[in-house]
Design a protein around this ligand. Structure first.
Ligand SMILES: Cc1cc2nc3c(=O)[nH]c(=O)nc-3n(C[C@H](O)[C@H](O)[C@H](O)COP(=O)(O)OP(=O)(O)OC[C@H]3O[C@@H](n4cnc5c(N)ncnc54)[C@H](O)[C@@H]3O)c2cc1C
Length: 434
């Protein structure tokens, strides 16, 4: 599926309940009341679609990229929150129903059934908490796995509360056809959650891997290689990534996304280049060889396999080399006729990984803190460096693939666009989409 089709599918799914509610043709009401209902309906369908966006569907991630999907997930969560927060206030001036002790002026609500309202109120309080906790996650002292579990359970609870509220308190949700629509959509949302936490682990369990080597590449970067344990391996494109789980049950939350740095053409073994950062990555050196591993994937759209451009520019910052190394290795293995040039930036000399393998032909090394005897480029991967390495013709004809720190990617992307590179010729993967 192409990105445009996905956007259309998303818009269709989100607006379907709104359109169907409208078609059910209830007696007319003042505009602000219809708007209130409409915002509530939209907020609920957007909340349900959030499950699908984070459901790790390979088709979606292959066409749009997981980082873009997750960014969209975040933006839509905030939009749904805005709609949901506004929704009850727009009912103002609707004096229908009997006495409501919590709303003596009858300004806020149109139903007197507290059980139907209470689920809405609970969701109303929980939704901002969920979104705020997600926004402030890195400032909080939670382990990533703990946050992920809380986020999943919280989202599920909100969806169920909203289902009850919509069907029992909603003007349109109680219509049989709408009740079925909401039930189906909630089923799809819960199914997406089960896909990640139940179906994928069951499938992964039947395809275990074994660690064959763990090698220190640089003071803080490791290479981990795994081989298939009794199956033929993974069908992937160079540049894609998987969720890697080492030494835990396939149902464990202890899994992390890592790009594959080996080439599909190099055989069934798969390698990862991993930088020490937190709980798991700091313990890579302690992984036993022969440890069991599970790979959920492949995901991601960082692939040049079907591209027709005459040249491939690879721009890597630090461990962002990993997916680009996979691409470079595959191109070299396949004697790919396209031109290729790699820019590889690091802070210091001892952070350069795979130096012997990369060689110097068509590779531009950049150091921001170079030693005295350094002959390569110095500074950061910025506009001036990009202009030194690529010609105007290459800017307009090549495909540019990049992975590295956000600041590097933003700088390079803006500059490429300034230099006339079409946006569909710029591919990128962000390692941090939270
Ligand atoms: C698509 C993608 C590809 C990546 N490829 C590589 C790679 O090739 N090499 C490499 O060194 N790093 C890669 N990363 C980054 C890597 O996933 C994190 O550095 C790693 O998960 C940190 O885990 P930790 O337990 O050591 O650290 P923690 O301190 O637990 O986590 C640090 C941060 O890593 C992220 N993270 C941790 N666990 C997960 C998870 N299960 N899902 C999503 N994000 C998580 C979160 O942002 C978290 O805040 C990639 C990330 C993504 C999203």
């Amino acid at each position: 599926m192409k990105p445009l089709l996905l956007i259309i599918a998303y818009l269709f799914a989100v607006t379907l309940p709104l359109i169907l509610s409208w078609l059910t043709g209830a007696p007319p009401r003042p505009f602000h009341q219809e708007l209130a209902s409409g915002l509530g309906i939209l907020a609920f369908s957007m909340v349900l679609m959030e499950f699908v966006l984070s459901g790790r569907f390979k088709g979606i991630s292959k066409d749009v990229g997981m980082d873009v999907t997750m960014r969209f997930h975040q933006v839509m969560a905030r939009t749904a929150l805005g709609f949901a927060l506004l929704h009850p206030f727009l009912y103002q001036g609707t004096p229908s129903g009997g006495q409501r002790p919590w709303d003596p002026t009858r300004q806020l609500t149109i139903t007197t059934d507290f059980s139907a309202l209470s689920t809405g109120i609970a969701a109303y309080l929980l939704l901002p908490s969920l979104v705020l906790l997600a926004i402030g996650r890195t400032q909080l002292d939670y382990k990533y796995e703990t946050w992920r579990l809380m986020h999943g359970i919280g989202a599920l609870l909100i969806a169920l509360l909203l289902l009850h509220h919509t069907v029992y308190a909603g003007r349109y949700g109680s219509q049989p056809v709408m009740t079925w629509i909401w039930l189906t959509m909630t089923g799809v949302a819960v199914g997406s959650l089960l896909h990640v936490y139940l179906l994928a682990p069951v499938l992964d369990k039947a395809h275990a891997w074994r660690v064959t080597s763990v090698t220190r590449l640089t003071p803080k970067q490791w290479e981990v290689t795994v081989k298939p344990d009794g199956h033929r391996g993974l069908d992937y494109n160079a540049g894609q990534f998987v969720w890697l789980n080492v030494g835990h049950s396939s149902f464990s939350m202890k899994e992390n996304p890592f790009s594959i740095c080996s080439a599909p053409g190099g055989g069934p073994e798969i390698s990862f280049m991993i930088k020490e950062l937190g709980d798991f990555t700091r313990t890579i050196g302690q992984i036993d060889s022969d440890a069991v591993a599970y790979l959920d994937g492949p995901y991601g759209n960082l692939s040049v396999d079907d591209r027709t451009e005459p040249g491939v520019a690879l721009i890597a910052g630090g461990v962002g080399l990993a997916p680009l190394l996979g691409i470079l290795r595959e191109m070299r293995l396949a004697n790919d006729p396209r031109k290729v040039r790699l820019i590889y930036g690091n802070r210091m000399d001892d952070q350069i990984a795979y130096r012997d393998e990369l060689g110097t032909q068509d590779v531009v090394y950049v150091l921001s803190e170079p030693p005295e005897n350094w002959h390569g480029e110095t500074g950061f991967i910025d506009a001036a460096l990009i202009d030194r390495v690529f010609s105007p013709k290459e800017f307009s004809e090549w495909v540019f693939v990049m992975c590295g720190p956000a600041i590097m990617m933003d700088t390079v992307e803006n500059h490429l666009i300034e230099r006339g590179t079409p946006s569909h010729c710029i591919l990128s993967e962000r390692f941090d989409y939270d």
